[in-house]
Design a protein around this ligand. Structure first.
Ligand code: ZN
Ligand code: ZN
Length: 248
């Protein structure tokens, strides 16, 4: 089932011909539709936890946050380009909820550049990219899965194959952002499954999503994949939020 091929070419064609910065509307002559001033001002993720990419308040390079120390996550490492802050937050919202695909395409490309830099510095490349799945019901409502779109663009840029149908969301969960971490975790139990016949034994996999908040979704999926024999699971996401109030 590949239900979203129709948007890719129009978005690529639109971007190729676009000569202005998507953020400030200045005319530009760059490969990407963002001017260097706007790119510099994006909320690039600074000091952050080496495991979960949680922004850390002080310069604490190479450190692991208290939560990851106390309870190491199932995933090995989160790779995020930005803190979930202006203007990346509003670009993601417009991409995700208003079908403004060029914003998603631009952010994916910038994240892809960060990942390529890391590969060039010796970071191991995963065997496959897997988008965080939507339930069939949510996919019908929205019409597209933004994580699958990001995964498609990253896969092409990084030359890493993607498998869009290995992970299934078997149960819909309420909108997660408004919920506390405990409730989110409970909702996510049993929410995911592997598609019948999926073989992940010995594989290094990277989950792709737009935003990582508490990490509960990534944790559930990583645990599922490791239990099925995957060797390692990382997370690639555009942005990382600070932990919500009251989260463990
Ligand atoms: Zn600009
Ligand atoms: Zn952490």
């Amino acid at each position: 089932m590949n239900c979203q091929p129709h948007w890719i070419r129009p978005v690529d064609i639109w971007l190729f011909n676009n000569q202005t910065c998507l953020l400030c509307d200045e005319a530009i002559e760059s490969a990407l539709p963002i001017c260097s001033a706007c790119e510099l001002e994006l909320p690039w993720l600074g000091e952050s936890c080496q495991r979960c990419a949680l922004p850390l308040p002080l310069p604490m390079s190479g450190l692991i946050c208290g939560h990851c120390l106390k309870q190491p996550p199932a995933f090995e490492q989160v790779h995020a380009a930005w803190a979930y802050d202006f203007p990346v937050d509003s670009l993601i919202v417009r991409f995700k909820h208003n079908s403004k695909w060029p914003y998603g395409r631009l952010l994916a490309e910038l994240l892809g550049q960060c990942l390529l830099d890391r590969f060039n510095c010796g970071q191991e490349r995963p065997d496959f990219l897997l988008p965080v799945p939507l339930s069939v019901q949510r996919l019908r409502q929205r019409g597209y899965n933004q994580a699958a779109m990001l995964c498609h663009w990253l896969s092409a840029q990084l030359s890493i194959p993607r498998c869009e149908h290995w992970l299934l969301r078997t149960r819909d969960t309420p909108a997660q952002q408004a919920l506390g971490a405990k409730i989110r975790k409970r909702n996510l139990l049993q929410a995911f499954a592997l598609a019948p016949g999926t073989q992940v034994k010995g594989l290094y996999l990277a989950l792709v999503d737009d935003v990582l908040t508490t990490g509960a979704t990534a944790e559930s999926l990583a645990r599922l994949l490791l239990n099925a024999g995957a060797r390692r699971v990382d997370v690639y996401c555009l942005a990382r939020t600070p932990k919500p109030e009251g989260a463990p």
